[in-house]
Design a protein around this ligand. Structure first.
Ligand SMILES: [Mn+2]
Length: 326
């Protein structure tokens, strides 16, 4: 067991000083020796409308200087439970979609090969497809997906199959996620076609509209989500547009009527016990942000995810392994 990395102590060095890294952790060259690797994906080549998520990682790093060491509800100290660091941004290509996806996949494959759990900061939601290609290469994973949109459309602008509106359709087709172990929460807003969500449901994906979330509440919805994914390896994808644009305006495709930041935090805390093999926070688009609110929400959700991942990892170690993993 390596010595853990701790964030820079804000009682010694003020939060506004120094070079920004995720949660003021050390910046390291690779995921070797890490339990959890925080990485950025400065890429929005899949964005169909308001571009800008390529600037997400840098601004989330800036706002994440507000994160402290201990989770105030669960008491989790993620930086002591696990060896966590910022491995920087993955290599991307802003003008070549296929090459961009290949580079992201290679970057996350290197994290997985090092035995670390990837916790990514996007980037637009298409980023999750190459990430899944890297972490679900051996077997399909379950998926808990917070979003205003199902992101299971087929094509855009002709026959373009790779946009931030299509990653989870591709992921099902490529056998990366098990649709019967997939739940999408917070879906809302006008749609292209009355049958838009039929494809997802026909695959067995559970689509929870925002209205159902409001009627049933986070405890019930997350209990169902945990039942759906079960004990087996599961990926968690958090699109910042699941949060209401009054609290997270800086995003590519805002939809009113979303989660409060408080509800989003509560739901991620209820992931406790899920066998998380990777997670991301995507679609923070700083050019549309106000006062850094969206980047702060993204940084805080990443901390919430980090805490449940670190707890899950510690529990997994105590139990001697992860069900379904070698
Ligand atoms: Mn999305």
């Amino acid at each position: 067991m390596h010595e853990s990395f701790q964030p820079v102590d804000a009682a010694l060095v003020p939060r506004f000083a120094g070079v920004a890294t995720f949660m003021r952790l050390p910046l390291v060259a690779s995921a070797e020796g890490l339990d959890i690797a925080l990485y950025g994906v400065p890429w929005d080549g899949g964005t169909t409308n308001r571009a800008g998520a390529r600037h997400g990682p840098r601004e989330v790093r800036n706002q994440s200087s507000l994160v402290r060491r201990v989770h105030h509800v669960s008491g989790t100290e993620p930086f002591s439970l696990a060896r966590v660091a910022d491995i920087g941004d993955l290599s991307v290509n802003p003008i070549d979609l296929k090459d961009g996806l290949a580079r992201i996949e290679a970057g996350v494959a290197a994290i997985a090969a090092a035995g670390a759990i990837p916790l990514g900061i996007g980037g637009d939601h298409l980023v999750t497809l190459p990430v899944l290609r890297a972490v679900a290469r051996a077997r399909p994973v379950g998926l808990i997906h917070f979003d205003a949109h199902s992101d299971t459309n087929d094509t855009y602008f002709g026959d373009n199959r790779y946009t931030h509106g299509t990653p989870f359709r591709r992921a099902v087709e490529e056998g990366l996620i098990d649709p019967r172990r997939t739940v999408q929460i917070g879906i809302r807003g006008s749609i292209y076609d009355p049958a838009e969500h039929d494809w997802a449901r026909a695959q067995g994906m559970r689509v929870v509209y925002m209205e159902e979330f409001v009627a049933r509440g986070p405890l019930e919805i997350m209990a169902e989500a945990r039942r759906i994914v079960g004990d087996a390896p599961t990926y968690v994808s958090f699109d910042i547009d699941s949060i209401d644009p009054s609290m997270a305006p800086g995003t590519g495709t805002p939809e009113i009527g979303g989660f409060s930041t408080r509800e989003a935090q509560q739901m991620v805390r209820l992931l406790d016990g899920v066998a998380i093999v990777g997670a991301d926070v995507v679609e923070v688009a700083p050019p549309f942000d106000v006062a850094g609110l969206t980047a702060l929400a993204g940084a805080t959700m990443a901390f919430e995810l980090l805490c449940v991942i670190a707890r899950s990892l510690a529990a997994r170690r105590r139990a001697g392994g992860l069900p379904g993993e070698p």
